[in-house]
Every structure is written in structure tokens, then in C-alpha cells.
Design a binder for this molecule. Structure first.
Ligand code: ZN
Ligand code: ZN
Length: 344
């Protein structure tokens, strides 16, 4: 095990362009035109282009529609929001911890934006629930993760993985935590996303699913960012890229997918005519394969190379809903900038 140390606040003897992802040398000064990883600046621009805040989503139509939903729909809706609220909460803290140990100022800056976006995701769940249910019920939904057994089982799987890194900061726990991260951001959200997109497909709760789409769009960049860090880490420290680790990582994706399937049977199951439970399971396996591939790992599930939920691609598209959202917003920004910096 190689201990990793926190990035120094500043270091006169180190270059601005860092010498490594972890345990490298970095002055900690950030000059986007002089960074070690060519993909960092485009990632930064992408993250900024995605900027959104929940209040800009008009919930009035969803508020009216909520009363007309079936009990099954409300059950799935609330459980899934409860899950997402947990995941995004621990994700904010985890990414914050990762940021402290990256010895590259540009990657740590990206991680800070990522952490910020997780906070916005969390706010969005409060925003949606406060529009739809009484305050007491909202508080109960934020407690589901403590008491719901199936929710707990799947959350603990991730939380334990993160906890290893939180307690022991080593190259190995950092490497493994990235695998858990890609599971959290790239797999654990996906049956939830499928539920909301299916609602949208039936013209239900479209404001909420727009919001889910913005979250989905952010998460896609987060997964890409962590996958890049993982690859760079293994390239810089080939001793971390062992056969044993690779086998473990594929197996971990398999277990995570099994838990996701169990969860999807519980919250969605066969209760919705237009979500075939088998298709949803195959979709989860497909996503697990896709994420493993992004990390350069063996697939956990042989076959499952095609998305069985064809209809979902339109909703997962990062440009879905983007135009309306940004058109509505650009004027407000123009106005804010007009105020200038020297106006109090
Ligand atoms: Zn998130
Ligand atoms: Zn994320």
C-alpha cells in the first residue's frame, strides 16, 4: 500500500504544470493554458456549459399531475428520489475528499465543480418534493435510506467502498474508489432514470424528468472525468494495474449490477405496462458492460452489447431539453453581466 498525501496549499519549488495525479508535485497555481492533461480544459468547458439550477424548472404542471398518478407510480417516484438523494449527498462529500488528494490543480478544480454539481442535484430533490408533497412526507423520503432494507443493502455496497478510501488514503484505495464512483454515477442512477424517462414518454411529470435529464447529463461528464483519472492513474503507476485488481473490478461491477437489478424489481418490477422487467434487467447489464469498458476492463456480462430500451436514448441524449432551457436562461445571464463588477 502506498500512502497518498494531500495537495499542498502552495509550493514555491513545484511547477504549475503538475507531475502526477497523486503524490505528484504541483505549485497549486492553476493556469488553464499550462496544465498536464490535455482533456482537462475541454472537460471544464463542458461542465460550465451544463450549468443549471432547479428553480429554473417550472413545476406547475407536475404539481397538478401528481394528484392523478397511481399509487404504484407515486411509490416508485418517491423511493427513487429517496435513493438519489442519498447517493448525491455522499457523492458531494466523496468528491470533495478526492479533490484534496489530487496533486494537480486542474483536476482538483474539475473535482470541485463536480462536488458543486452534486450539491445542486441534491437541492433539486428537495425542490421537487417540496412542490409535490407535504413537508413531513418530504422529510420521510429523505429518511428512506436509513430504514428501507433493499435500499440499504445497495447503498451500503457503495458506502463501504467509499469508506475504505475515506479511512485509508492510499493509491490502492483511491484506485478502487474510482471503480465504486463509476458504479455510483454511471450505474446506480440508471434504473431510476429509466423510470422517469418512461413517465416522460407517457407525458407524465415532464418537469421532473427534465430535471432528471440535467442530472443525467452532468453524471455522464462525471463518469468520463473519473474514467480519465483512472486511466491516467494506471498509466502513471502501472504497478496498480494488476490482474487481481482487474478481476476484482469486473466482479464488483457484476455485484453492483445484481444489486441494481434487485432494486429495480422492488421499485419498478412488473407494475408498469410499458417497462418490461426483463428489458430493464438487460439494460442494467448493458450499462454495467458499458461502464466496465470505459475503464478498460473486461465486461461482467457476456452478450448484453446492445441497449434493449431503445426508446431511452432520446432522453439520455445530452442535448435533450437543452435548447429550451438555455434559451430561457441566456437573457438573464446577459443582464447579470451588464451590472458589471464595480456596482455594489
Ligand atoms: Zn449527482
Ligand atoms: Zn456525479
Amino acid at each position: 500500500m502506498t500512502k497518498i498525501t494531500k495537495r499542498k496549499l502552495y509550493d514555491i519549488t513545484a511547477p504549475n504544470r503538475s507531475t502526477g495525479i497523486v503524490n505528484g508535485k504541483s505549485s497549486n497555481v492553476l493556469n488553464w493554458d499550462d496544465v498536464a492533461y490535455a482533456w482537462a480544459y475541454p472537460t471544464y468547458k463542458n461542465m460550465l456549459a451544463n450549468f443549471w439550477i432547479p428553480e429554473e424548472i417550472n413545476m406547475s404542471h407536475d404539481i397538478k399531475q401528481w394528484q392523478t398518478l397511481s399509487e404504484d407510480e407515486k411509490f416508485a417516484f418517491k423511493r427513487i428520489i429517496g435513493l438519489l438523494a442519498f447517493l448525491d449527498s455522499i457523492q458531494s462529500d466523496f468528491s470533495h475528499q478526492v479533490a484534496e488528494y489530487l496533486t494537480d490543480s486542474s483536476l482538483s478544480a474539475l473535482m470541485t465543480i463536480l462536488a458543486f454539481q452534486e450539491v445542486v442535484h441534491n437541492q433539486s430533490y428537495s425542490y421537487v418534493l417540496s412542490s409535490l408533497v407535504p413537508k413531513k412526507e418530504q422529510e420521510e423520503i429523505f429518511e428512506y435510506w436509513k430504514h428501507d432494507e433493499i435500499l440499504r443493502e445497495r447503498n451500503e455496497f457503495i458506502a463501504k467502498g467509499y469508506e475504505e478510501f475515506a479511512q485509508h488514503k492510499t493509491s490502492e484505495t483511491f484506485r478502487n474508489a474510482i471503480v465504486y464512483d463509476v458504479i455510483l454515477e454511471g450505474l446506480n442512477f440508471y434504473s431510476g432514470f429509466a423510470f422517469f424517462y418512461n413517465m416522460a414518454r407517457n407525458n407524465k411529470m415532464k418537469a421532473t424528468s427534465d430535471m432528471i435529464n440535467y442530472i443525467n447529463r452532468d453524471e455522464q461528464i462525471h463518469v468520463t472525468l473519473f474514467a480519465q483519472i483512472y486511466k491516467e492513474l494506471l498509466a502513471e503507476r502501472p504497478e496498480l494495474n494488476t490482474e487481481e485488481h482487474r478481476r476484482w473490478a469486473t466482479e464488483t461491477f457484476r455485484e453492483a449490477a445484481e444489486l441494481e437489478i434487485k432494486w429495480s424489481r422492488y421499485v419498478i418490477g412488473d407494475r408498469f405496462d410499458d417497462i418490461d422487467p426483463q428489458d430493464l434487467e438487460d439494460y442494467i447489464k448493458f450499462i454495467a458492460n458499458k461502464r466496465s469498458k470505459q475503464l478498460g476492463l473486461e465486461k461482467p456480462f457476456e452478450g448484453y452489447d446492445r441497449n434493449p430500451l431503445k426508446w431511452i436514448t432520446i432522453y439520455e441524449n445530452p442535448n435533450y431539453g437543452k435548447q429550451d432551457f438555455f434559451e430561457g436562461k441566456s437573457r438573464q445571464y446577459a443582464k447579470a453581466f451588464d451590472n458589471g463588477f464595480d456596482e455594489l
